[in-house]
Design a protein around this ligand. Structure first.
Ligand SMILES: [Zn+2]
Length: 156
């Protein structure tokens, strides 16, 4: 198993200690994909390395080689699972909670028409900030249903 940090939520979610909502969606030799916890909306996925690393500069050659194709595959699956309402898929990485570098995780977020309209036309980082401020977490049943659609899309 890759090295873990016992105090890290990302490591806990990637292990059996605290499984993520909707379960693990995809595992590659070096990466794992799961639904986001928190308030970035239904269908926002996390792509993170199995190894506890806190900067993209720490990625090994094999980890880096998997990343591009994986992000393309996951983004395609999110578009498919969301459907017509998906105006764009944001892919970003902050991993800097409390100004401390944390376990890196790419956020793969569908920008839905309904979310943009509800937040006065905000998009990009403005939409993310509005959603974080709003603090609405998706229903567990909706997350599970979305994850089932993503799994189907990843198989196709
Ligand atoms: Zn970690």
């Amino acid at each position: 198993m890759p090295e873990k940090n016992r105090d890290c939520l990302a490591c806990a979610l990637a292990s059996s200690r605290a499984p993520p909502p909707g379960g693990t969606l995809l595992r590659t030799p070096h990466w794992t994909v799961e639904h986001c916890v928190g308030t970035l909306g239904l269908g926002t996925l996390i792509v993170k390395p199995l190894r506890h690393i806190t900067g993209v500069h720490e990625l090994g050659v094999e980890e880096g080689a998997e990343l591009g194709p994986l992000l393309a595959r996951v983004t395609t699956a999110v578009r498919t699972a969301v459907g017509e309402e998906c105006e764009q898929v944001y892919v970003c990485l902050w991993s800097h909670a409390g100004r401390v570098p944390g376990h890196i995780h790419f956020v793969v977020q569908p920008a839905r028409t309904a979310d943009i309209d509800r937040h006065g036309g905000a998009y990009g980082p403005g939409l993310q900030t509005a959603m974080l401020d709003e603090g609405a977490e998706p229903e567990q049943s909706a997350v599970e249903e979305f994850c089932a659609r993503v799994r189907r899309a990843l198989r196709d």
